[in-house]
Design a protein around this ligand. Structure first.
Ligand code: NAD
Length: 326
């Protein structure tokens, strides 16, 4: 039985590592996110049952990502982590219980849209944008400053001369994605699988003219190192980012109960189709920064946040969307 488990664990680790490579290095996913997530869950369950089979390089232990040699490397002072996943209301209730066991009953949550793009880190010195990087493997990313400077919603100068690093999701709006794939089709070129992969592919080009032509945008969602920022909550941090001139997503909401969070996130399952950009879920974060500090991190993700993943969209819908919009 253990031999069987060992064999399956190895099989899943290898398979998921290959899928990570296709997705993060080639920007060409071999399987759907839902299929990937299901295999990762199977691996995670087997590893929990047989902890002796967990290896440090298992996809359950590492931030899946890659660093292309073509770019200068950037070491993140604050690691850029992944997020734990919830696939239904009960997973969110379990998360709520874990949080309350650690910090007590009085917890406020912020719920945000989970934008389906590429995580980037933006560094500002004295209010000037000086460096932008990809997440990479979480510790080391790629310096893509020149490409990020072409994104008009990234401020090059902030409204105050502060020094700070922020994190956000660079993404390709649906309209830009449809136009890009239409153009690729006309040129007989291979199409991008989805806006996420198109955004990642555009930002990891050596020719900045390509990124500039792709109409990318960004939503900034956190401050990596607070520094002297006058804030004690995540929601306060987002409001502060607004005052500095960053583009944050306004669909966020704070809640005092997980049941209200659940109602809110489930409500977005259908509404998301009307958004002009792709989201692949919702992110729920503990609002108090003191509580966040108390909860801390695992090797791969913060214990104070979780990603609620929507059920996979039908492939037919995506194809129909493309046909309708061209
Ligand atoms: P993740 O995408 O599930 O969550 C972490 C990321 O969410 C962050 O890095 C950030 O970029 C993003 N994010 C968007 N909005 C955010 C917000 N408001 N606040 C905080 N973060 C926000 O985890 P991951 O480790 O980046 O990627 C793993 C996922 O990627 C898998 O679960 C799978 O769905 C997909 N994937 C798919 C394949 C495939 O072959 N289809 C391969 C590898 C990974």
């Amino acid at each position: 039985m253990t031999n069987q488990a060992e064999q399956r664990v190895k099989e899943l680790q290898n398979l998921l590592q290959q899928y990570d490579y296709d997705y993060h290095v080639l920007d060409k996913p071999a399987v759907s996110d839902a299929e990937y997530d299901q295999l990762l869950r199977e691996l995670s369950k087997l590893e929990q049952e047989h902890p002796e089979l967990v290896t440090p390089d298992s996809p359950t232990q590492r931030v899946g990502g890659a660093v292309l040699d073509a770019f200068e490397k950037v070491t993140h002072e604050t690691p850029m982590l992944s997020l734990g996943n919830a696939f239904n209301a009960d997973d969110l209730r379990s998360f709520d219980q874990r949080v309350k066991q650690a910090v007590g009953e009085n917890v406020r949550y912020v719920s945000e849209l989970k934008i389906d793009g590429l995580a980037v880190s933006l560094r500002y010195e004295d209010g000037q944008f000086v460096r932008g990087a990809t997440r990479g493997d979480g510790t080391v990313g790629e310096n893509i400053t020149a490409n990020l400077r072409t994104i008009k919603s990234i401020p090059l100068t902030l409204k105050e001369p502060v020094t700070l690093e922020v994190r956000g999701e660079a993404y390709m709006p649906k309209r830009s994605f449809d136009a890009l794939n239409k153009q690729k089709e006309e040129n007989g070129e291979e199409l991008f699988a989805n806006p996420r992969n198109a955004a990642a592919g555009s930002l990891r080009q050596l020719d900045t003219k390509i990124a500039a032509s792709r109409n990318l945008s960004i939503y900034v969602y956190s401050i990596a190192n607070q520094g002297d920022a006058p804030i004690d909550s995540h929601s306060g941090g987002l409001d502060y980012l607004d005052t500095l001139g960053f583009k944050t997503n306004k669909e966020r909401q704070t809640f005092d109960s997980m049941e209200d969070v659940i109602e809110f996130v489930e409500g977005w399952t259908d509404k998301r189709a009307d958004l002009p950009y792709d989201i692949d879920g919702m992110v729920i974060k503990v609002d108090s920064l003191a509580h966040q500090e108390e909860l801390g991190f695992t090797a791969k993700s913060p214990r104070w946040a979780i990603a609620y993943k929507f059920p996979a969209e039908e492939v037919e819908t995506t194809l129909l969307d493309i046909e309708l919009s061209v």
